[in-house]
Structure formats: C-alpha cells, structure tokens
Design a protein around this ligand. Structure first.
Ligand code: ASP
Ligand code: MG
Length: 423
C-alpha cells in the first residue's frame, strides 16, 4: 500500500478532543498499511486571533514579522498532534514547512511554492514515523525567511507534498462531507458530489466555493494528484477530484456541477469615459499597477450624443480603497467624469462542462433568477460557467432558486455541517 497525504483543517483540530480524534484516524490509516504524511492547520480560529492581535499593535501588519507570527499557529497544532499520536503508541515527528522542504518565493503573506525537497520527511517515513507537517508555510529560497502561502494555504501544502512524494492520494479532511452542489450552509438541500473534474472544481473555486482553494486545485491538476475531500467527523466517502474519473468513479452525467456564490467582491464603475482607443487600457493599467486583480469587466455602448461610455469591473472588497485611490490619482490622465463604488453586491455562478453542449442553460438560469425576483446587474461567461452580479441581499435566495431550477436538490437528509465557525 502506498503513501497517503492527509490534511486536517482548523475545525477538525479545534480543541484537545479534536486533536485526539484526528490522531486516532491517522493511526488507523497507518494500521491499514499506509505510509502517512499529515498536513495540519492551526487550531480553530487561531490564525484569525493572531491577526486580531497583530492589528492591536500595528494598524496594517504585514511582511516578515506577520509571517513569523502566523506560522506559530500551525506549530502548535503539529506538535500537539504528534504528541497525541505517540500517546496511542505510534511514532510521529512534526516538521515546520521549512524543515519539510517547502521552498517558496519571497512574497510575504502570499508566497508561491517553487520547489519541494522533502528529504527529512522521506527519512522520517523510512524510519517508521508518521510525519506531521505544519501547513500554510515555507521558507524563501533567497533570504531563507519564513513565509506563508495566503489564507487557507494548508491545502496547497498538502497537494505540493503529495506531488513531491508521489502519494497515491491527497485526502483533505474538512467539516463537511465533501464538495456539494452548493454551499450547504446556504442550501440545506445541497447534494454531495461523488466525483468532479479538476476543471469544474477550478471554476467553482474561482467563483467563491470555499471547500478547496483555487491554487490547491490548480497544483493538483498540473501534477495529476487525485484529491479526496471528506469529513474528519463522519468517515464517509467524500468527493474525488481528479483530471479523469478512476476505477468505479462514475462520470456524473449532470450538465451542471454546482452553484457557487461570492459576497467578497465590490463593483467599481468609471462613468463618462471617452469612447476612443486606449481608454480601457489606461484604466486597467492603473488598476494593474496597484497590484489589484479584477474579475468581471463590462463596458456599455457609448451614448451617441456624448460619445461617452461607462466601464464597470469587480474586484475583491479588500482592494476597494486602493483601486479608488489609484483611479483618482490617474483621473486627469485617463479622462473620465466620475466613479462609483458599490460593495453591496454578490455573485452567483453556475458551473458545469455539460453547458458547452446543452443549449438553453443560460436561458434557464436567467428564468430561475427572474422567478425569484432577482435583478441581474452584470453577466459574464466562460465555456463552462455563467456568472451574474446581483444585490448582496438577494444572493442566498438566488442560489437556492437556481439550485432547485437545475434539479440539483437532494432528496436525502439535509447536508451536515459538522464544525467550524465559518469565520
Ligand atoms: N491557518 C491558516 C488559515 O487559517 C491556513 C489554513 O487554514 O489552511 O488561513
Ligand atoms: Mg484555517
């Protein structure tokens, strides 16, 4: 039997009881004959609490010291987990990201993994240990400083280690039973998906689904690592995410994989932009130079009388102030009348490779929104996704309406959310 990488999120190890429960599950996997590498997140809301603490001593904590602080959360859980495993009579050793060979670039707070050299992990495994690795952290290649991978980064650590160690599977343990057709916190009739392609999963993650991080799925797709998302509370078979279905995994013949929603974005509208070449370029160069990622972009046809047009785009709310400042500074040079900022928006996305070959999906989506009395403000599409922006207040109802309209409601019991504060 092969090597298994298991990742446990903060809600699975929220307290001593949780750590003991997880230790038992890890030991059971080892007893089944596997070599086991475990990636663990900080206990419960520890990371958020550390951030709150940092903000009390400095208004915008960032950079090297912030990473030093945040990585402490995972060091606590990794050591406790190793102790709990030893207490069950099995050998375990814990490692920081740096000790595990997770090498990153030097962009503090959102570093990218550039290499994984897990020599010490291999040795620990060969000596019969269970290896516990602190998630979400690494060491920068040039300065040898401690870095973090961005919020939720433990998933990426797990997949990166699975790839470097050629694991047979990367199991991501969380507080729900797998990937659902919608967020079970919003849609109680959401259905667990047995198998989903990496492509559809990437779109769901990009559209606001929080069960797996976009970067983690991207990594798994590139290195062809199957992910099994499941609950550490129930032990049920969860959702397999892979490039192709394997073994008894059935290609579900659903046209739609799921409905994702996102209320973390805001909308900027630049009003009265001259309708001539170079204007959109100037606006988006300004935004790019401020290091802001944008999502949707919509430009209207210009009013014939004025030859002026409006351009709207969406961006993370957290970058809103930065974007407005950048536009104000460049106003003279770009040439526009005014700008508007709206952070009371939400986005609903329908995802599924089947929509490529099934006409009428867009119409049915809009009809479902219309029946629910939800007004659409922006629309964007890809080959396998349709997204709309609506009022933030309408999002939950819209998600439920679309979920029902596409026949995704489950007739089983309500989806269970086992833990987590949703923070
Ligand atoms: N503890 C980190 C966070 O809360 C990393 C993780 O949970 O994956 O973002
Ligand atoms: Mg966490």
């Amino acid at each position: 039997m092969g090597l298994v990488v298991q990742k446990y999120g903060g809600s699975s190890v929220a307290d001593a009881e949780g750590i003991k429960r997880v230790a038992k599950r890890i030991v059971d996997t080892k007893k089944d004959g596997h070599q086991v590498v475990v990636v663990v997140s900080a206990m419960g809301d520890t990371t958020d609490e550390l951030i709150d603490l940092a903000e009390q001593v400095s208004p915008i904590p960032a950079g090297r010291e912030f990473d030093m602080l945040l990585t402490a959360g995972e060091r606590i859980s990794m050591a406790l987990l190793a102790m709990a495993i030893k207490n069950l009579g099995h050998e375990a050793q814990s490692f920081t990201g740096s000790q595990a060979g997770v090498i990153t670039d030097s962009v503090h707070n959102k570093a990218r993994i550039i290499d994984v050299t897990p020599g010490r992990i291999r040795t620990a495994l060969d000596e019969g240990n269970i290896a516990i690795v602190a998630g979400f952290q690494g060491v920068s290649q040039d300065k040898k400083d401690i870095t973090t991978l961005g919020r939720g980064g433990s998933d990426t650590t797990a997949v990166a280690l699975a790839a470097a160690l050629e694991a047979e599977v990367c199991e991501i343990y969380t507080d729900v039973d797998g990937v659902f057709t919608a967020d079970p916190r919003v849609v109680s009739k959401a259905r667990k998906i047995d198998w989903i392609s990496s492509g559809d999963m990437l779109e769901l993650a990009a559209s606001g689904s929080k069960v797996l991080l976009h970067r983690c799925v991207e990594y798994a797709r590139r290195y062809n690592i199957p992910i099994h998302v499941r609950s550490s509370f129930s032990g049920l078979r969860g959702t397999w995410v892979s490039n192709e279905p394997q073994g008894d995994q059935q290609m579900e013949h659903a046209i739609i994989s799921g409905v994702a929603h996102d209320v973390s974005e805001a909308k900027v509208t630049v009003v009265g932009v001259p309708d001539k070449p170079g204007e959109a370029a100037a606006i988006f160069r300004t935004i790019a130079d401020a290091e802001i990622n944008i999502d949707m972009v919509v430009q209207n046809v210009s009013a014939a009388a004025t030859a002026l047009t409006d351009i709207s785009f969406t961006l993370p709310k957290t970058d809103g102030v930065k974007a407005i400042d950048a536009l104000e500074k460049a106003k003279g040079q770009i040439g526009f009348d005014s700008r508007r900022y709206d952070d009371q928006i939400g986005k609903i996305s329908l995802v599924g490779a089947g929509m490529k070959t099934n006409p009428g999906v867009t119409a049915a989506f809009f009809e479902a929104l219309a029946d629910a009395g939800v007004n659409i403000e922006l629309i964007s599409t890809s080959e396998i996704r349709i997204s709309v922006v609506t009022r933030a207040d309408d999002v939950n109802e819209a998600v439920r309406a679309v979920h029902t309209a596409f026949g995704l409601d489950s007739d089983a019991d309500e989806a269970v959310v086992y833990g987590g504060t949703g923070r």
